[in-house]
Design a protein around this ligand. Structure first.
Ligand code: GLU
Length: 557
């Protein structure tokens, strides 16, 4: 037995499973040529960032478009970042937006697939088997340096003007400990981490092809990176190498913040004898700062919309957010959508190479536009169901009001809908309460402010005249004819064109007359079809509101 083999036994005596065992347990996948295996690998921090949704979508689309497999893996090795129900936010976020992975963690306490477990803390024996082999081959070693010693090392490096800081080369004190020295320390109960023995050289560079960022050239890594922490839990770097090998990931798609670690990852794959996956480093999602107008990253603290849960609480329809993200992912998505208006979004021929390498801008206004379009073509029944479901969790008052008469709610939502030119008022479910508020006396707020061109006296006269002729059963034509009929006697014209030609001859036109009635009934100057609104309000309510408005206008005279 060599010293390295002895050392491997000393450090990993309890580890009986071998790398060969896991190679057999997780064989290369039997997939068609060109099929891509991707994984989304969040840490359970109790927070799903909008960038996470973007990343997950990229993984799922890449796998789907190639007939491959997408995996959800939970990276819970950094206990400092983890929170108790951290997984829930991730699972709920994906579920809310209809994203599903083919394999991996499927819920709290549930996983599916042959390449699991899919939670890193349940994969320790895999990391240990690989670590044991690296030690036995002299590619990893225990380091007993304390935090203070490492601080001291950094200070010394600065003093001596070392090219960069870290544990490497002549600075790596524990790199060349003998077996006997190590055995002694371990006997004394000294704590250690396991470090990678880097073979990199400062003056060499490596070149690699990133699918999104293209050709990248970086210096080789010389740092003896930590593989296992003192509690034998792997670092991100080591877990990435082991997991993506044994899960047979073909494409590692991850945030560009990992690009700076690429040299060590390539080096570790090589040292382990594992085939290097392809990498695609995705740009950050950016926003325009409300105050200074500059492009910047999302801030968890300043931007509520950085969290996926924000979009759930606000009630953005899931398809709208996904459509919007798709447009950010591949700029040809919008053309595809025009050509395939009702196709399932996951049939889009997504192409990683078409992603912008420099970052994309998240724009809530554009999202709202997409959302309004999406909601405008939904059936009233669907809108009702979606709002009702949302309100159950996020707006008890609206839920209660809708429950009183669900048919009425559908009728309200059907105004100016299910026609070739539907109105586009609603971008998110949280706007619906305000949108329907004048139908519900409990929340209806009267507002009798008139536009500048109409005075209270005329408004009063208009209501008075209208009260006499209004009949709730009138069809739309008759309803409008009646409104027109009160114009001339009150000094208004029923003909807008005529008004525009000689405005000095009239007090206003038929639009102004209807505006007064609209204000009297809804407290607004802009609403969907007033005839339909009046039918739903019903005779009694219309008359009550007209009378109250008349009184209010009268008081203003
Ligand atoms: N757990 C890592 C993170 O949350 C994942 C990075 C990766 O996808 O490799 O950033």
């Amino acid at each position: 037995m060599t010293d390295n083999e002895k050392l491997a036994e000393l450090l990993f005596g309890d580890t009986d499973k071998t790398v060969e065992y896991f190679e057999e347990k997780y064989p290369p996948r039997q997939l068609p040529e060109g099929a891509r295996v991707t994984r989304f690998a969040p840490s359970p921090t109790g927070y799903l960032h909008i960038g996470g949704l973007f990343g997950a979508l990229t993984d799922i689309l890449t796998a789907k478009a190639s007939g491959g497999v997408s995996v959800l893996r939970i990276e819970d090795t950094d206990k400092k970042r983890e929170v108790g129900d951290g997984l829930e936010a991730i699972i709920d976020g994906f579920e809310a937006f209809g994203l599903g992975f083919d394999e991996g963690v499927t819920g709290i306490g549930s996983q599916k697939g042959d390449y699991g477990p899919y939670i890193q803390s349940e994969r320790l024996e895999i990391y240990w088997a690989v670590a044991k082999r690296l030690v036995s081959e002299g590619k990893a070693y225990p380091c007993f340096c304390s935090a203070e010693e490492l601080d001291g090392l950094r200070a010394q490096q600065e003093k001596e003007g070392a090219a960069f800081g870290g544990y490497y080369g002549k600075w790596a004190k524990c790199r060349n400990l003998t077996y006997a020295q190590i055995e002694e320390k371990i006997k004394n109960g000294e704590q250690y981490v396991l470090r990678f023995r880097s073979e990199g050289s400062e003056d060499k560079r490596i070149v690699f092809d990133d699918i999104i960022k293209s050709k990248i050239e970086v210096p080789e890594n010389v740092i003896d990176e930590v593989l296992l922490k003192s509690n034998k839990i792997p670092t991100y770097h080591f877990a990435h190498v082991c997991d993506d090998h044994f899960m047979r990931t073909t494409h590692v798609i991850r945030g560009e913040e990992w690009l700076s670690s690429i040299a060590k990852h390539i080096q570790m794959f090589k040292a382990c004898g594992f085939r290097l996956p392809k990498y695609a480093h995705t740009p950050q999602i950016m926003k325009i700062d409300d105050e200074d107008g500059a492009k910047r990253k999302f801030s968890k603290r300043k931007d509520p919309e950085a969290a996926v849960s924000y979009f759930v609480k606000e009630g953005y329809p899931k398809e709208a957010l996904i459509e919007y993200l798709m447009g950010l992912l591949n700029s040809n998505f919008e053309d595809w959508r025009r050509a395939n208006p009702s196709a399932d979004v996951f049939t889009f021929p997504f192409n990683l190479k078409k992603m912008s390498a420099s970052g994309c801008l998240f724009d809530l206004v554009k999202l709202a536009d997409i959302s309004k379009n999406a909601v405008s073509v939904m059936k009233a029944q669907t809108v009702f169901e979606r709002v009702y479901e949302w309100a159950e969790d996020y707006d008890a008052e609206l839920y209660r009001l809708f429950s009183l008469d669900t048919e009425k709610a559908v009728q309200i939502l059907n105004i100016d809908r299910e026609n070739p030119k539907p109105r586009k008022d609603i971008a998110k479910w949280s706007q619906v309460k305000d949108y329907v508020s004048y139908f519900y006396s409990e929340i209806y707020e009267e507002n009798y402010s008139l536009p500048q061109n109409i005075n209270a006296r005329d408004a009063c006269k208009i209501i008075e005249a209208y009260e006499k002729i209004f009949d709730v059963d009138d069809d739309k034509q008759l309803w409008f004819d009646k409104i027109k009929s009160i114009c001339a006697p009150l000094g208004f014209t029923e003909n807008v064109k005529q008004y525009k030609q000689s405005p000095e001859e009239f007090k206003g036109h038929v639009g102004d007359v209807s505006t007064v009635i609209r204000i009297a009934l809804t407290g607004r100057t802009n609403t969907p079809d007033l005839h339909a609104i009046m039918r739903i309000l019903g005779d009694g309510e219309v008359r009550t509101r007209l009378a109250r408005a008349k009184k209010a206008f009268m008081e203003e005279i």
